[in-house]
Design a protein around this ligand. Structure first.
Ligand code: NAD
Length: 494
């Protein structure tokens, strides 16, 4: 552990600094929450969560900072601050990755090379976009005017634990760029990097009150944010039931706009007519299914193969070999591909779903590696013959597992994707451009990756169709729109 990373952890934990409000880090006034290491199942320390009075205060500071001062009105100023913040995050990449590794079990090297750069790219992308923002001018006999995009005001951000800093970047960068003030609640399973980020933001010149971070559980602070009438837009990434509860809370309070990025059951389709390099494809699937311990809304939890028995046998063998090469272990060790799953509840759910599928007739295809008994570890698993009526056959596993499915035709694979309530992402391996167009016309998901698992880039919108999302998008210019209102200014002709 570097000295700087150690200091970042002790500053927050020993100071009990679970709240960052109006430019200052301070203790929460609610009950203590233990921060549990998923590697060992033991507590790293504890933090007092924010009280609802502190939530009210944070919303008040956000409103005040939004309404007064240059933040909401001066795009060039905001762009400059966002660029400085990007530099600060870049300089602290290892510290931030360390915080996500100790608390959420994320692979340190992957966070340094992907998650933190993703945040930096978001901050820079939206800073650049501000320079190109322009209104629409119109005139007729009655007068003239313009349609402008204005910030919504106070944005509530509720985050999951699977990509603590990257999901924060996806929400915070466009919401800040649009000129809003934020009240943010990280998942109670991953608070440290958000609290550290807030401190960096203050040091980089984000005005006091523009970023407020509150430690808290879902049922306490999360729910209170959903019901808070001082929050104008609530942006959320997490599970479907929580997302639905935010829609209900909006209806019961101030009709705040609610943007939801929810779960997925991504398919990875291999069409043997146009795919032959099974070793390459299998390695890509292993990364997409087991990377991040499968705790990714776009994880390839269903591998669909179209082809005859001989081709299927070759492909299956390649997938088993690729899975065997996944290194499970200490997130800080060189060469580790995946660490533990997040917590005892997730561990219990994943293992019980696998057991249930096996009891109902599914079979394990690969030799599952041994994992530590302490902490929350699940080995990479490939299952065949998962019954449709089992939990695994219907639900989002969110663990290191892919089920192998034989498909008799492309149409059958398309139905397996489109007939799901989820419509977030899928991948097709198909080395024929004309056929790629066919797939793109047929499959209904927010992100369709071709010839390699991908979630797109900072410049491409990310979000789900059907029950995988509601309203807004992360990434791309579309994300900015989530945090803006259209306003018409009409000047009458006298
Ligand atoms: P979760 O819904 O349990 O928790 C997410 C956040 O919501 C946490 O901050 C939690 O404290 C809060 N929360 C929980 N209950 C709440 C309540 N009743 N009221 C208000 N807030 C509440 O989800 P999770 O387990 O942290 O995350 C995993 C889920 O997130 C998976 O379903 C996954 O697919 C989804 N996810 C989606 C995307 C995407 O972009 N579509 C990305 C990452 C994760």
């Amino acid at each position: 552990m570097s000295e700087k990373s150690e200091l970042a952890v002790t500053r927050i934990l020993e100071g009990n600094l679970g709240v960052h409000m109006n430019g200052r880090s301070l203790p929460g006034e609610g009950p203590h929450i233990d921060l549990i290491s998923p590697m060992t199942g033991t507590a790293l320390g504890s933090l007092a969560e924010a009280s609802t009075a502190q939530l009210d205060a944070a919303v008040g500071h956000a409103r005040q900072a939004f309404a007064s001062g240059p933040w909401a009105r001066d795009a060039a100023y905001r762009a400059g601050v966002l660029r400085r913040l990007a530099e600060a995050v870049e300089a602290d990449a290892e510290v931030i990755a360390h915080l996500d590794a100790v608390e959420a079990g994320k692979v340190f090297a992957g966070s340094v090379s992907e998650d933190v750069p993703d945040v930096v790219a978001n901050l820079r992308f939206f800073a650049d976009l501000l320079a190109r923002e322009e209104g629409r001018f119109l005139q007729d006999d009655s007068g003239w005017g313009w349609v402008r995009k204005v910030p919504v005001g106070v944005v509530g951000v509720v985050l999951p634990w699977n990509f603590p800093i990257a999901m924060l970047g996806w929400k915070v960068a466009p919401a800040l760029a649009a000129g809003n003030a934020l009240v943010l609640k990280p998942s109670e399973d991953s608070v440290l990097s958000a609290l550290h980020f807030a401190q960096l933001a203050t040091e980089a010149g984000v005005p006091d009150g523009i970023i407020n971070v509150l430690t808290g559980t879902g049922p306490s602070i999360g729910q209170a944010m959903g019901l808070h009438s001082g929050i104008d837009v609530l942006t959320f990434t997490g599970s479907g039931p929580t997302g639905r509860s935010f829609l209900e809370s909006s209806a019961r309070s101030n009709l705040k706009k609610v943007s939801l990025e929810l779960g997925g059951r991504a398919g990875y389709i291999v069409d043997s007519e146009y795919a032959s390099d099974y070793a390459t494809i299998a390695a890509d699937i292993a990364g997409a299914a087991f990377g991040q311990s499968g705790q990714n809304c776009t994880a390839s939890s269903r591998t669909m193969f179209i082809g005859d028995d001989t081709e299927y046998a070759h492909f299956r063998e390649a997938l088993v070999a690729a899975t065997a090469s996944i290194t499970v272990g200490d997130p800080f060790a060189d060469g580790t591909d995946m660490g533990p799953v997040i917590n005892a509840k997730a561990h219990q759910r994943i293992t019980s779903w696998i057991d249930e599928a096996i009891e109902r007739g599914a079979s394990v295809v690969n030799d599952r590696v041994e994992v530590p008994s302490q902490g929350y570890w699940v080995p990479p698993t490939i299952l065949e013959g998962v019954p449709g009526e089992s939990e695994l056959g219907r639900g989002e596993i969110f663990g290191p597992l892919t089920q192998l499915l034989r498909m008799t035709s492309r149409e059958e694979a398309v139905s397996a994707i489109n007939d799901e309530p989820y419509g977030l992402a899928s991948t097709v391996w198909c080395e024929d451009l004309a056929t790629v167009k066919w797939w793109a016309d047929q499959i209904r998901v927010g992100t369709l990756a071709i010839n390699g698992y991908s979630e797109g880039t900072v410049a491409t919108p990310f979000g789900g169709m059907r029950e995988s999302g509601f309203w807004g998008r992360d990434n791309g210019p579309e994300a900015l729109e989530t945090y803006q209102e259209s306003m018409t200014v009409w000047i009458a002709q006298s």
